[in-house]
Design a protein around this ligand. Structure first.
Ligand code: NAD
Length: 456
C-alpha cells in the first residue's frame, strides 16, 4: 500500500502539475481555508493529547502556521521566478540564471511535542517549492494525527499530499522507499537512523534535532525581566520545547536574586496549586514522564518537584547545582525541570557549554555588549536570543535549524522555499558569436593562458 502511494506521487510529480505556481498557490489557499475552519478541532485534539492550553495551541501552533501560509502565498510568485546573476567574460555574451526547481517526492516525519506545527510547517515549504508530500505525524499524539489526516484528505488528492499514520514500523517502512527529499524533526538518535536510510538512495535531508540549550545570566542582566522570560520559555508546553532553555548558568553574585524571581514568576503564571492551572500542559507519554520523574530523585529541589502519575503532571521545578556529571546534565531534559548552576568565570561557562556538542539554542541575559558578543561568537549553536528565550522561532525571515548534533538545514519563510528547491544553474548564450580561444589546437601563448583567471 505504501509502495502504491509512493508510486502514485512519483507519477503525479512527473505529470508536471506541481511545477505550475498558480496550482501550488491555489492548494495553499485551500489548505489555509480548511485550517481556519478546523482551528477549534485542532485545539481540542491537542488538549486531549496532552492538555495543551488553548492559548498555547493558538500562539505556538495554528497561528504560526497560518502566518507562514500567508507569507508564503504572498511571496511565492516572486520567489519562483528565475534569478539573474552577473555573467563572466568567459561566456561573453551570456545571461546567467538560477532556477528553483522542486526536488520531487518529499517525506516529512514529525515529532509529538509541537505535533501540528512541526507537521504543517515543513509541508507548506515543500508544497510552495512544488513538491509532492507524504506526511508521517507522531503516533504519540494520536488525536492531532487524526485531525491532520482529516484536513489533508479533504484538501489534497492523495497523489499530491497524503498522511500515513502510525508508529515506528510505519516510519521504518517509509524510510525504505526512495524519496527525493526527507525532512525529519525529532531526536538526534532517530535522526541518525533517518540519515543512514537516506544515504542508501543519496537522498538529501533536513534534520531538525535536539540539543542541551544553555541559558546564561550574568550580573549585569535585568534579573526581574530575565526571570519572567526564562519561566515563560522553559515552562511553555510543559518544557517539551526543543529550543527551551535546558539549564541556567548564572553568575554567582546574582544567583539568589534570580532564584527568588524565578519562583515568584512561576507562582504568578500558574498559581497555587499549579496542577489546577488551565495554562500548564502535561507530559505527553508515560515513558517520558517516568524518565523525567526519575531525574528528580535525590536532587536538591529549590521549587516544585510534585509529580502526579495519573495525569502525567510534573510541577515546574528548579533544581539547585546538579553536578557536572549528574544525569540531569547528560542529555536534553525536555520537560519542566530547570537546573540552576552558578559560575564565577567565563572558564566555568566554557566547561558546561562545551560538555555537549552544538546546542539547538543558546540564550544570554546581559547588558554587557562585549560579553554578549564573546558568547555568541565563541560557541556553535542553531540560533538564539539575547535577553529573551524561544523568540528566534517567531521571525520567518530568520532560518530555523540546528548545526552539528542539533541538525542539518534551516527553514521558515523563504528559507523553506529554498530548502525544498534544487537551485539549477543555467547559462543562456546566443549563436551570433563564438570566441575561439578555448578550442584545440591550443595556440595561445602560455603567458596569456595564465591571465584567464581574470575572466572568470
Ligand atoms: P523521535 O525521534 O522519537 O520521533 C520522531 C518521529 O520519528 C516520530 O514520527 C516517530 O514515529 C519516528 N520514529 C521514532 N523512532 C523511529 C525509528 N527507530 N525509525 C524510524 N522512525 C522512528 O522524537 P520525538 O520523541 O517524537 O520528539 C522529541 C524530540 O524531537 C526531542 O529530542 C526534541 O528536541 C526533538 N525536536 C526537535 C525540534 C527541532 O526543530 N530541532 C523540534 C521539536 C522536537
Amino acid at each position: 500500500m505504501i509502495e502504491d502511494l509512493v508510486q502514485s506521487q512519483r507519477d503525479f510529480f512527473a505529470s508536471q502539475q506541481t511545477k505550475i505556481v498558480t496550482y501550488r498557490k491555489q492548494y495553499l489557499k485551500r489548505l489555509r481555508k480548511e485550517l481556519v475552519a478546523n482551528e477549534d478541532a485542532i485545539c481540542d485534539a491537542l488538549y486531549i493529547d496532552f492538555k495543551k492550553p488553548k492559548f498555547e495551541v493558538l500562539a505556538t501552533e495554528t497561528q504560526m502556521v497560518l502566518s507562514e501560509l500567508k507569507y508564503i502565498i504572498d511571496h511565492l510568485e516572486f520567489w519562483s521566478k528565475p534569478v539573474k546573476v552577473g555573467a563572466t567574460w568567459t561566456n561573453f555574451p551570456s545571461s546567467d540564471w538560477i532556477y528553483s526547481e522542486p526536488y520531487g517526492n518529499v517525506l516529512v516525519i514529525a515529532p509529538w511535542n509541537y505535533p501540528f506545527l512541526l507537521t504543517m510547517s515543513p509541508l507548506i515549504g515543500a508544497l510552495a517549492a512544488g513538491n509532492t508530500v507524504v506526511l508521517k505525524p507522531s503516533e504519540l499524539t494520536p488525536e492531532t494525527s487524526k485531525v491532520i489526516a482529516k484536513i489533508i484528505e479533504k484538501v489534497f488528492p492523495k497523489e499530491y499530499v497524503s498522511v500515513v499514520e502510525g508508529g515506528i514500523p510505519v516510519s521504518q517502512e517509509l524510510l525504505t522507499k526512495k524519496w527525493n527529499y526527507i525532512f525529519f524533526t525529532g531526536s538526534s538518535r532517530v535522526g541518525k537512523i533517518v540519515y543512514k536510510s537516506a544515504a542508501e538512495h543519496l537522498t538529501p535531508v533536513t534534520l531538525e534535532l535536539s540539543g542541551k540549550n544553555p541559558c546564561i545570566v550574568d550580573a549585569t542582566a535585568s534579573i526581574t525581566l530575565a526571570a519572567k522570560r526564562i519561566v515563560w520559555g522553559k515552562f511553555l508546553n510543559a518544557g517539551q520545547t526543543c529550543i527551551a532553555p535546558d539549564y541556567i548558568l548564572v553568575e554567582k553574585t546574582v544567583k539568589d536574586r534570580l532564584v527568588e524571581a524565578l519562583k515568584l514568576n512561576i507562582r504568578k503564571f500558574y498559581g497555587d496549586p499549579i496542577e489546577e492551572s488551565n495554562d500548564f500542559a502535561r507530559i505527553t507519554t508515560d515513558s517520558h514522564y517516568n524518565k523525567l520523574k526519575g531525574l528528580l530523585e535525590g536532587e536538591n529541589i529549590l521549587f516544585g518537584g510534585t509529580c502526579k502519575d495519573a495525569e502525567r503532571f510534573i510541577e515546574p521545578t528548579l533544581v539547585d547545582e546538579p553536578g557536572f556529571k549528574n544525569d540531569l546534565m547528560k542529555d536534553e531534559i525536555f520537560g519542566p525541570i530547570l537546573p540552576i548552576i552558578s559560575y564565577d568565570s567565563e572558564e566555568d561557562i566554557h566547561k558546561y557549554v562545551t560538555q555537549h556538542e552544538n546546542p539547538l539554542a543558546l540564550y544570554v541575559f546581559s547588558t554587557n555588549k562585549k560579553f554578549q558578543k564573546r558568547i555568541i561568537d565563541k560557541y556553535g549553536f542553531g540560533g538564539g536570543v539575547i535577553n529573551d528565550t524561544v523568540m528566534q522561532i517567531t521571525n520567518k525571515r530568520l532560518p530555523f535549524g540546528g548545526v552539528g548534533q542539533s541538525g542539518i538545514g534551516g527553514y521558515h519563510g523563504k528559507h523553506s522555499f529554498d530548502l525544498f528547491s534544487h537551485k539549477k544553474a543555467i547559462i543562456r548564450k546566443p549563436n551570433w558569436i563564438d570566441i575561439p580561444i578555448r578550442y584545440a589546437p591550443y595556440n595561445i601563448p602560455i603567458k596569456w593562458v595564465k591571465k584567464i583567471k581574470h575572466l572568470f
